[in-house]
Structure formats: C-alpha cells, structure tokens
Design a protein around this ligand. Sequence first.
Ligand SMILES: Cc1cc2nc3c(=O)[nH]c(=O)nc-3n(C[C@H](O)[C@H](O)[C@H](O)COP(=O)(O)O)c2cc1C
Ligand SMILES: [Fe+2]
Ligand SMILES: [Fe+2]
Length: 399
Amino acid sequence: MHNRVNISDKIYWVGCNDRRTHLFENYWPIPKGVAYNSYVIVDEKIAIVDTVEKGAMDEYLDNIEAVLDGRQADYLIVNHMEPDHSGSIRSLTERYPNMQIVGNKKTFPMLKGFYGISENLLEVKEGDSIDLGEHKLNFAMVPMLHWPETMVTFESTKGILFSGDAFGAFGTLDGSIFDDELDLDYLEEEISRYYSNIVGKYGSPTQQALKKLGGLDIKMICATHGPVWRTHIADIIAKYDKWSKYDTDEGVVIVFSSMYGNTEKMADNIARQLVKRGIKKIRIHDASKTHPSYIINDIFRFRGVILGSCAYNGGLFPAMETLIHELQNMAVKNHVLGIFGSKAWGGGGVRTLSKFAETIKWEVVAEPAEALCAPANKDYNQCEAIAESMANRLKELYS
Ligand SMILES: Cc1cc2nc3c(=O)[nH]c(=O)nc-3n(C[C@H](O)[C@H](O)[C@H](O)COP(=O)(O)O)c2cc1C
Ligand SMILES: [Fe+2]
Ligand SMILES: [Fe+2]
C-alpha cells in the first residue's frame, strides 16, 4: 500500500513522514518529527506540486509512480526551492525527462545552483495560469514566505491553495492527513513553533501574502508541512494574521542564565511578584537548558519578556547571547522588557542586555536589577519594581 491519500477526486497527497531527523534545518528540535508534503494532480496533464527532502526520496518516487500508473508527469510546480522540498527534483527529472519545471525568474538560478538543472523550464509570473484539463493552476508570488523565490499555487476549480511553507507545522501526519482527522491539541505547539521558528522573521511578507490571498475562495490549504487544512481554515489564517502582526497575549516569559544560582533566584523572585500582581501566565526558562526554539515560541505568545544574565568574561553568558542574537536576527517586535542579572566585579551581563533593548527597540519597564554576587535586599526590591511596572503595563495593555 503506497503512501497516498485523495484530497479531492483527482488530487493526491504523496508526502513522507520524517521521524528520524532530530533537528529541522539542523537547528530546530523536532521531537514529534516533520512531514514533507507533495501533491499530484492527475488530469489530461499531470502536475506534481513540490517534492520532498532527499532522505525521503525513494519512498516518495514510489508513491508518485503508483499514482501516475504508467503515465508521465507533465509539470512539476516548484513553489519553494529550500531543499526540504526541492531535494527530489533531480531524481524526478531523470524519471520524467519531458516534465516541465514551473517556477518564476527567481526560482531558476537556484535550480541551476543547487541541482545544475537549466532545461525544460516554464517561467510563470504573478497571475499566470496553467490549464491541466479540468483543473486550473494560478500562480501568485509571496516573496520571503519563506525565501525570495517563494510562490503559491491556487487550483481555482476546487479552491485548493498549495501554500508552500505558509500554514505549515512540525509534527508527522500519523495516519491522518486532514486537520479534522487529527488531534490538533497534540500539534498545537508544533504549529506555533513552526511559525515562530521558521516563518517568524517574515512577519511583514506574511501580512502582504495574507492580503493578496484574502480575495480567494479557499476551500482547502495544502501546505508543504503538517496537516491539510479544510475544516479549520479560518482558524489557521487568523493565527497567521495574529502572529505576523506580533500580536501577543497577557503573560510574561522570564529567561535567565545562571551558573551558580544567584541570577536564578532573582528570576523566581520576579515571577512571584508578578503573580502577586495578578499575572497568571508566566514561563521561566533556563537558557542553558531549553532550546531557543521553545523560548522564542513563548516570546511570540506573550507580551512581557524579562531577561536575566550573570556576567561572563566581560559580557553575557553564552546561552543568553545566542538567544538575543536570534531575537535580533528575527527582529521580533512589540514586547515589553525587563532586565536583571548578577556580577562579581566589572559586570557585562546587564550592560549587554541594556544594549540589546536599544537595538531591538522594545519598551523597557524599569531600571535593571543587578546584584553584586548574591542578590541583597535592595536587588530584590528592584526585582519587585520590575515586576510591578511590568504588571501595570500589561494590565494597561490588556484591560
Ligand atoms: C567563568 C566566569 C566568568 C565571569 N566573568 C565575569 C565578568 O566578566 N564580570 C563580572 O562582573 N563577573 C564575572 N563573573 C562572576 C559572575 O558573574 C558572578 O559570580 C555572578 O554572581 C554569577 O551569577 P550566577 O550565580 O547567577 O551564576 C564570572 C564568573 C565566571 C565563573
Ligand atoms: Fe522553507
Ligand atoms: Fe519547508
């Protein structure tokens, strides 16, 4: 039995589950795995939409062959060139030598660069379409969602949007393909982590894409990762809209770096003071233990962020350095920030966090609390002042 599922009469899902890879893009943890989704439209002409990562290629090629049932593929639509989707292109072209590769003018230099392919290309522009017989494919450019060449394909007779990475999720498809067949609660964090980790840097391109796609009558969204959306389309679009506007909920993420526990004590103190002032949603993370993937995801969820670091060789502790580098690179917007830390002589942790606050342009709520060695009463008082003004600001924003 080959891995294929009808998503409509003549359109098949032919994706693969990857339960072996530990880190997506060799960086982001995927404890629940990831699916690479590809689709085949069997009509007078046959079109394949995107491919899979090369580790899943053998299984994938068998799936395609079973669906094609002896016929040749006419088109391969390349919505996105990242190798998790383009990895099987060369093998497909070897199997189906007459197949035309459909992309835009930014697709083809990458196709040549990654795979040396420069023949049988069919260039499409915004608004172009291809008739397959019954089905009609329309193309729209969505640059930087996730790469500059990225486009989406809308099958207009059935209202199916092949959205590439947009609306994707981590997590394998365990028997179920459609959003209404699976346990969405189980996948909830994998959906938001996929957005915040992979798409998160591109909030404004996401907003532009949502505006562009807003006029379409979408009945189904087929992303390249995660479930096929057909029942909860409005929900996933609303989530993307919210996340890409950097709209967050009332709550505070406290992240600390501490070698010997002094900075950590301040984190716990701040959390307690926040709770006393009515803040319920508080997450404390040790930056050395929790991967930035999860911390960034919480930061995309909650407005308040309080960062603390011990001083380390004149600067920040490395784990905190990694986190703020990632936040700066992603240019995460719209947060309220508090800062704390500990030092034994010239410092460096709090100082660097204060510079970070200027660079990222988040609103800082109070003067930083910086202990000299172990926190003393005056430091706890300053922790309380941070909690107090954070709580007040959040109450102001969310009442
Ligand atoms: C390897 C190492 C490097 C440090 N570098 C600095 C430094 O550059 N400036 C400073 O003021 N303190 C420095 N310290 C001292 C710590 O920041 C200080 O002891 C602080 O209280 C540790 O906080 P913690 O208990 O949360 O780890 C360093 C400590 C260690 C172990
Ligand atoms: Fe991608
Ligand atoms: Fe992808």
